[in-house]
Design a protein around this ligand. Structure first.
Ligand SMILES: *Cc1c(COP(=O)(O)O)cnc(C)c1O
Length: 872
C-alpha cells in the first residue's frame, strides 16, 4: 500500500468531492400552470424525437435487429441464441431507460422524501423475463423473436444470474426493490458491484464441494449503466487529529475512487423505474506521481492493485463473520460513497443540512452498513461544522436498522485495533458515541457496572471489539426484526437492555415478504394463468393486491378445478425432471411426492436432520416385505444449497447427502420408493424451477434460530405444503393458511435453552435418549455410505453437545414425515390443502412489507410518474 499525503488538503476538512454534471440544466422549465417550456432548440423537433419507444411487434423486431447490427456489430444471418439474448436485452433496456429518466425527472421536480436501502447484497437473479413482465411486453417479444426464428424461452435461458448475494438477506433486498418500484415509492438501493458474485458450486464424484469463481461480467452486462461522471473519493488509513472544538482532521492514507453503476428497477405495471446504484472501486491515480518523482516506480503502480481489490469479490459467508480487513474496507467504501451521493442529491435542493431527516431515510439491511452512522457524524461535525448534539439528533432521525439474526456467532464485531488502523477518525467518533451513551445509561441506572458492560459499544477483551449491532441500535430511529417471533427474540435477548433503557416503541417488527411477480407469475406461469382465469380478475390487479387470492378458497371444493391444479403441479415436476435430465443426465421419476429442502447449508437449518431422516426411511424400507412396500408412496427428495467455503461441518453434510444418494438410488430393494438428489449450484434461477414442482418443502431450523425464512413463503405461494418447526415466518404462515395445512414438529423456542443445558450437565446416552437416531448414526459410522471415518466430526456434533437439538427433535420429525405420507395418500384432500395454502398467502407479498416500512418507519409516500402536460 502506498501512503501518500495530499499536500493540497492538509489543514482542510475532507469533503466528498463530486464530479457530477447537474441534471437540472437540461430540465424543461415547468410554469405555474404545469406547462413545460423547452430550454433550447426547436421544441416540436424535441418532442417528436422524444416520443419514447414503440411497443408493437414490428417495432420490437426492428429494434431487435437494429441492436444486432449496430450495438452488437454482428451479422444478422448467423445470430445464435446468446446474441439473440443480448439483442433482446438491449432492446428491452431502451424501454427501461426511458422510464428510468422520467422517474428521476419526476423525483427531481417533486422533491419527495426519499428512502435508501443499503444492502451489501442484492441477489437479483435474471432480469430479462422480469423486465418483460413488468413492462407488459412479454407477448410482443415472444411474437417478435418467433417471427425471427427464435424461441423466447431459449433466449431467456441464455441469461446468467446476477448473484451478488449469499442467500435470504440478498434476495429480500431484491424483492424489496421490485416492490418499491411497483408501489411507486421513491426508493433507491445502494450496494457494491462485485466483479465476482457468489462462487459457483461444483460437486466432485466423492461429494466434495468445490468452489469456482463467478465471472458474471464476462459477457457484457446490458442491465447496468456505467456513470463514469458520478465518482467520489474514499479515504482509508492515515492520521486523525482532534481539534479543541471537537472537530477532527483526517488526512493522509490511501484514497480510492468509487464509480457508480446504475441498475434500472422497473415496477410492475407502473412507469416508476427506480435505481439500484452499485459502486466499483478504482485507483485514484492509475499512477502515483509523488512516488514516481521519488524514483519509486513499483510503489507508483502499486496503489492500483489494492484499490481494485475492494469490490472484486463478494464474501461467501452467510450468518458467519470473519474479521477480515478487506471486508471492513468494503463496508466503509460502500457506506461512504453512498452517503456522499445521498447528501449531494439532498444539497441540490438548496435545503440546510438540519432538514436532512425530512427528506432522507436510510434503511440499514443488517449491521453491514453500520459505519454509515459514524460516517454521517464525521461529515456533520468535521465538514459541516455542526455541534455534537445537533449532529447526533440528525443522525438518529435518518437511520433505521433491520436485525437479521440472534445467533451469537453471526453478530458482527470488529477488532478495535483494526478500525483504528483503517478508519482512525471513525474510531474516535465511535468512542465518543459510546461515552455519551454510557453516561446516559449511568444516569438512569446509577452504579450498575454490569449493565454498562453489557450495553457498551465496546466489548472488553484482547483485542477489544466494536459491537456493530449495539452501534446500529443506538444510532437508529427504529429497530426491527423480520418476523414476529424473531422481533420478540431481539427484544428479549440481544437488545433487551436497550429496550429497558429506550422504551419498547423504538423496537418493532416487519415480517418479510416476497415479490409475487417473480415467485408466482414468472416461475409458475401456468398456475398464474389458472388463477387469473378462476378469479376473473386481471393478473395486473391480483399480482398487486395479493389478498385477492382468497377468492380461490371456494374452488378447493370444485373437483374440476382441483384436477387442473394438480395437473399443473405434475407438469412442473416434469419440467424439473427435464432440467435434471439435461443438466446432470439423471432420470427422476415424476409419479412421486417431491420433497424439497433448498437453502444455504448451515447447522442451524439442520439439513443433517433431513439426511438422517432419509437414511431412517431407507433402513425402514430395507426391512419391509415386498407386500408392505406396495403400500408405500414413492418419494423423491431434493437438496440444494451452498456451504461457506471454510465451513467444514456443512461441507461434510453435503458429502453425506451425495454418498447416501449414490447408494440408495441404485439399491434395487428401495429405488422404486425413494430417490435422493443433491442439485449443485443453488441459485435464484434453480429455485424458480424447483419451487413450483414441490409437494412438500422442509424448513426445519432449531426453534428460535431462523429469523424469518423467505423460501417457505415461495413454496406456499406455489401450493407446496410446509413441513417445519415452530420458527421464523413458519408461524405466521400457519396462522394465515391454517395449522391443519402445515406439518409442524419439534420443541418450541422457550425449551431450547434448557435442553442445551441438559446436554452439557445431564447428558443421556444417545442409544437411550433416541434409539431411532442412534441406529441411523451407527450405520453411517459403520460405513454403510462409505468413508466411515470421514463423517466422524459431523456425527460427533450430534453425539457430543448437539447444540442444534437433533436428538431432541428426531422422533417428532420422523412422526411428522409419517403424517405427510398419510396425508398424501388422500390426493383430493392434499390438493385442497395445496389450494387453500396458496389462497391464504396474500400477507407475504413484499408489497405489503415495503409499505409497512414506508409508512411506519420512513414516512415516505408513493410519487407516481405522471405524463407532463403538453407545452402549447
Ligand atoms: C429465497 C432464497 C433464499 C432464502 O431461502 P431460505 O430457505 O429462506 O433461507 C436463498 N437463496 C435463494 C437463491 C433464494 O431464492
Amino acid at each position: 500500500m502506498t501512503s501518500t499525503i495530499d499536500t493540497k488538503s492538509i489543514g482542510k476538512p475532507q469533503r466528498a468531492r463530486r464530479h457530477v454534471r447537474t441534471l437540472t440544466g437540461y430540465l424543461p422549465e415547468v410554469d405555474a400552470t404545469g406547462k413545460e417550456h423547452w430550454p433550447r432548440g426547436d421544441e416540436k423537433v424535441w418532442k417528436e424525437a422524444l416520443r419514447g419507444v414503440d411497443k408493437d411487434v414490428p417495432s420490437v423486431t426492428k429494434s431487435f435487429v437494429n441492436h444486432v447490427q449496430t450495438s452488437l456489430a454482428r451479422q444478422a444471418y448467423n445470430l445464435d441464441d446468446l446474441g439473440a439474448y443480448q439483442a433482446a436485452a438491449l432492446s428491452v433496456r431502451d424501454n427501461l431507460i426511458v422510464n428510468w429518466n422520467e422517474t428521476q425527472l419526476n423525483y427531481t421536480r417533486k422533491n419527495p422524501k426519499r428512502a435508501y436501502y443499503l444492502s451489501l447484497e442484492f441477489l437479483m437473479g435474471r432480469t430479462l423475463d422480469n423486465a418483460l413482465l413488468n413492462l407488459g411486453l412479454k407477448e410482443e417479444y415472444r411474437d417478435g423473436v418467433k417471427k425471427l426464428g427464435f424461441s423466447i424461452e431459449d433466449i431467456l435461458d441464455k441469461e446468467r444470474d446476477a448473484a451478488l448475494g449469499n442467500g435470504g438477506l440478498g434476495r429480500l433486498a431484491a424483492c424489496y426493490l421490485d416492490s418499491g418500484s411497483s408501489t411507486e415509492l421513491p426508493l433507491w438501493g445502494y450496494g457494491l458491484r462485485y466483479k465476482y458474485g457468489i462462487f459457483q458450486q461444483l460437486i466432485s464424484p466423492e461429494g466434495n464441494q468445490l468452489e469456482a469463481p463467478d465471472p458474471w461480467l464476462e459477457n457484457q452486462n446490458p442491465w447496468e449503466l456505467p456513470r463514469l461522471d458520478v465518482t467520489y473519493e474514499v479515504r482509508f488509513y492515515g492520521q486523525s487529529e482532534r481539534l479543541a472544538n471537537g472537530r477532527g482532521i483526517w488526512q493522509g492514507g490511501q484514497e480510492v475512487v468509487a464509480v457508480a453503476y446504475d441498475v434500472m428497477i422497473p415496477g410492475y405495471g407502473t412507469k416508476t423505474t427506480n435505481n439500484l446504484r452499485l459502486w466499483e472501486s478504482r485507483p485514484k491515480r492509475g499512477f502515483d506521481l509523488n512516488s514516481f518523482n521519488a524514483g519509486n516506480y513499483e510503489g507508483a503502480v502499486e496503489s492500483s492493485n489494492t484499490a481494485d481489490a475492494i469490490t472484486s469479490v463478494l464474501y461467501p459467508n452467510d450468518h458467519t463473520s470473519f474479521g477480515k480487513e478487506l471486508r471492513l474496507k468494503q463496508q466503509y467504501f460502500w457506506t461512504a460513497a453512498s452517503l456522499a451521493d445521498i447528501i449531494r442529491r439532498f444539497k441540490q435542493q438548496g435545503k440546510p443540512m438540519n432538514q436532512l431527516p425530512d427528506y432522507v431515510a436510510i434503511q440499514l439491511n443488517d449491521t453491514h452498513p453500520t459505519l454509515a452512522i459514524p460516517e454521517l457524524m464525521r461529515i456533520l461535525i468535521d465538514e459541516e461544522d455542526f455541534g455534537w448534539d445537533q449532529a447526533w439528533s440528525i443522525v438518529t432521525n435518518v437511520f433505521f436498522y433491520t436485525n437479521h439474526t440472534v445467533l451469537p456467532e453471526a453478530l458482527e464485531k470488529w477488532p478495535v485495533p483494526l478500525i483504528e488502523h483503517v478508519l482512525p477518525r471513525h474510531l474516535q467518533i465511535i468512542y465518543d458515541i459510546n461515552l455519551f451513551f454510557l453516561q446516559a445509561v449511568e444516569r438512569k441506572y446509577p452504579n450498575d457496572r454490569e449493565r454498562l458492560a453489557r450495553m457498551s459499544l465496546i466489548e472488553e477483551g484482547f483485542p477489544k471489539q466494536v459491537r456493530m449491532a449495539h452501534l446500529a441500535a443506538v444510532g437508529s430511529r427504529k429497530v426491527n426484526g423480520v418476523a414476529e417471533l424473531h422481533s420478540d427474540l431481539v427484544k428479549t435477548t440481544i437488545l433487551k437492555d436497550f429496550v429497558d433503557f429506550e422504551g419498547v416503541s423504538k423496537f418493532s417488527n416487519v415480517t418479510n415478504g416476497i415479490t409475487p411477480r417473480r415467485w408466482l407469475d414468472q416461475c409458475n406461469p401456468e398456475l398464474s394463468d389458472l388463477i387469473t382465469k378462476t378469479l376473473k380478475v386481471e393478473k395486473t390487479v391480483w399480482l398487486k393486491d395479493l389478498a385477492k387470492l382468497k377468492g380461490l378458497i371456494p374452488f378447493a371444493e370444485d373437483a374440476a378445478f382441483r384436477k387442473e391444479w394438480a395437473a399443473i403441479k405434475q407438469r412442473n415436476k416434469e419440467r424439473l425432471a427435464h432440467y435434471v435430465q439435461t443438466t446432470l443426465g439423471l432420470t427422476v421419476r415424476t409419479d412421486a411426492m417431491f420433497d424439497v429442502q433448498i437453502k444455504r447449508l448451515h447447522e442451524y437449518k439442520r439439513q443433517t436432520l433431513n439426511i438422517l431422516g432419509v437414511i431412517h426411511r431407507y433402513l425402514t424400507l430395507k426391512a419391509m416385505t415386498p407386500e408392505e412396500k406396495k403400500k408405500v408412496n414413492p418419494r423423491v427428495v431434493f437438496f440444494a444449497g451452498k456451504a461457506a467455503p471454510a465451513y467444514y461441518i456443512a461441507k461434510l453434510t453435503i458429502r453425506l447427502i451425495v454418498n447416501v444418494a449414490s447408494k440408495i438410488n441404485t439399491d434395487p430393494d428401495t429405488k422404486d420408493y425413494l430417490q435422493l438428489y443433491f442439485l449443485p449450484d443453488y441459485s435464484v434461477s434453480l429455485a424458480e424451477v424447483l419451487i413450483p414442482a414441490s409437494d412438500i418443502s422442509q424448513h426445519i431450523s432449531t426453534a428460535g434460530t431462523e429469523a424469518s425464512g423467505t423460501s417457505n413463503m415461495k413454496f406456499c405461494l406455489n401450493g407446496g405444503l410446509l413441513l417445519g418447526t415452530v420458527d421464523g415466518a413458519n408461524i405466521e404462515i400457519a396462522e394465515e393458511v391454517g395449522e391443519s395445512n402445515v406439518f409442524f414438529f419439534g420443541h418450541l423456542t422457550p425449551a431450547v435453552e434448557d435442553l442445551r443445558y441438559q446436554h452439557i450437565y445431564h447428558p443421556v446416552p444417545l442409544e437411550e435418549k433416541c434409539p431411532g437416531l442412534a441406529r441411523v448414526i451407527e450405520q453411517v459410522a459403520a460405513g454403510l455410505f462409505g468413508d466411515a471415518e470421514i463423517y466422524e466430526p459431523l456425527l460427533n456434533t450430534i453425539r457430543q453437545t448437539d447444540y442444534y437439538l437433533l436428538s431432541d427433535d428426531f422422533d417428532s420429525y420422523i412422526a411428522a414425515l409419517g403424517m405427510v405420507d398419510e396425508a398424501y395418500q388422500d390426493q383430493d384432500e392434499w390438493v385442497k390443502k395445496s389450494i387453500k395454502t396458496t389462497a391464504n398467502m396474500g400477507k407475504f407479498s413484499s408489497d405489503r412489507a415495503i409499505l409497512e416500512y414506508a409508512e411506519s418507519f420512513w414516512n415516505i409516500e408513493p410519487s407516481p410518474v405522471e405524463a407532463p402536460k403538453k407545452a402549447t
